[in-house]
Design a protein around this ligand. Structure first.
Ligand code: FNR
Length: 429
């Protein structure tokens, strides 16, 4: 049975669904059913369920599906074929993209009962960043191909819920514009595609620090683009059209080496940027350079081998993201979830282990946390939300994911993310 049909069955008519709807209605009406309704955890993510059912009494439906596994298919209707291929596509045959989801499906939670999980607290702090749930928005570049407001819409939606963003170097808006859209109090990290020009690199890092980005996420797995048939077959690469280049094109160190500014000669600017941020691999000893020029925490994204995780710890890094870039880089690579336990075992006590690739549901988040991740990053789902409805679309996706996470945490017998362990999973101890 597919995930989609499982979901629709669960939402269909039946005693349980009826009882839940009643509880939701009761909560709003202040009746005795209030006691049976899900008690809000700070800050009450589960209440999104109540809102949706109550709006249904007025004939109002959610803006689009609450089943985040279905969003890829419907996003196609909102996007040009090139943009859709770039967003939904993967490397090679897509084997690793599929493996990410299959790995989640192989792991099963074993719910526990009567554990007083009415009140829940999802808040957590990672590398000094307080967050309302152990969820961050993964860096997704070139968001203007998805929606004209791009990263600005995403930043606003995330800030409205307190969810941290990780801004990509390949953003279609500048670092400063995104910081302003986020607002002064929002949590924001910056993702670096490591340019092979030190002056430009330092300048970008300084701008990110000045704009209030606290943690640096250095992506290691995309020093050159993988073989991506969806993009190749359409000859579609946004960067060579000067899209997703706002960070370098607004950078004083980058601009100073150009004869004409990018506004007047986009081709020359593109020809300088593309080989600067793609095509050059770095080495472990070069991390000292980043440490010298970034005084906040540094996280390495794209780690899949325990030995690389140990090297990250040896290099004095503060965290890693276990990630295969959503299956977009090495086709045939290990599923990110399958790489997680070995890495946690190797370095879990030495640095923060974050996770991404394939997270679509609340239960996926719980599984990654149970296998030792401190928090997860979510990529395509929120970008699909952006395609469906800009800022509101991103907010709907985040509220859906967080409500699902909140409810599934409680229904599986946990009150906080910290209570999850391998013992929360089938076969775990
Ligand atoms: C990405 N990802 C990414 N990662 C990064 O470090 N910098 C970037 O600019 C981008 N850009 C980007 C664009 C698009 C369209 C996608 C789908 C992904 C990878 C991203 O941060 C994350 O690792 C994956 O998206 C996680 O997998 P899921 O959640 O998409 O399955």
């Amino acid at each position: 049975m597919s995930e989609a049909s499982e979901t629709s069955e669960a939402a269909g008519p039946g005693a349980e669904a009826g009882a839940e709807a009643e509880a939701a209605a009761g909560a709003a009406a202040g009746t005795a059913a209030e006691a049976a309704a899900p008690a809000p955890s700070a800050p009450g993510f589960a209440n999104y369920q109540n809102d949706i059912y109550l709006n249904g009494l007025d004939g109002q439906l959610p803006p689009f599906t609450t089943d985040l596994t279905l969003l890829g298919a419907s996003a196609r209707e909102h996007l040009d074929p090139g943009a859709f291929g770039y967003l939904a596509g993967a490397a090679g045959s897509g084997a690793t993209h599929r493996a990410n989801r299959e790995a989640f499906d192989r792991h099963r939670l074993v719910p526990r009962m009567l554990r007083g999980a009415t009140q829940r607290d999802l808040t957590t702090t990672v590398l000094g960043t307080r967050m309302p749930a152990p969820v961050l928005l993964a860096p997704v570049g070139v968001q203007s191909i998805i929606h004209p407001d791009g990263e600005l819409a995403t930043a606003r939606a995330a800030a409205s819920l307190g969810v941290p963003i990780v801004l990509s170097t390949a953003s279609s808006h500048t670092i400063e514009e995104v910081a302003e859209a986020s607002g002064p109090d929002s949590a924001r990290w910056f993702q670096l595609y490591w340019p092979n020009d030190d002056d430009v690199c330092v300048s970008i890092l300084e701008r990110a620090r000045r704009a209030g980005f606290t943690t640096l996420v250095v992506t290691l797995d995309t020093w050159t683009l993988a073989w991506r048939p969806q993009d190749l077959d359409q000859s579609y690469l946004p960067f060579i059209r000067g899209i997703g280049t706002a960070v370098p094109f607004s950078d004083p160190a980058f601009r100073s080496a150009l004869e004409k500014p990018p506004e007047d000669d986009v081709i020359s600017a593109v020809l300088r940027w593309v080989p600067m941020f793609t095509g050059t691999d770095h080495s472990w000893d070069q991390l000292a350079f980043l440490r010298e020029h970034w005084d906040g925490p540094i996280v390495l994204k794209g780690v899949l081998h325990p030995d690389d995780a140990r090297k990250a710890a040896d290099a004095g890094m503060d965290g890693i993201v276990v990630s295969n870039h959503g299956g977009r880089q090495v086709d045939g690579a290990i599923a990110s979830l399958d790489a997680l336990p070995g890495i946690v075992e190797a370095v879990g006590d030495r640095l923060e282990v974050l996770f991404d690739s394939g997270v679509r549901t609340g239960s996926d988040v719980l599984k990654a946390l149970a296998l030792g991740a401190r928090a997860v990053l979510v990529g395509r789902p929120y970008a699909y939300g952006l395609a469906h409805g800009g800022e509101d679309g991103v907010r709907h996706v985040l509220r859906s994911l967080l409500a699902d996470l909140d409810l599934t945490l409680g229904l599986s017998g946990h009150r906080t993310p910290a209570e999850l362990s391998a013992g929360s999973l089938q076969g775990g101890v």
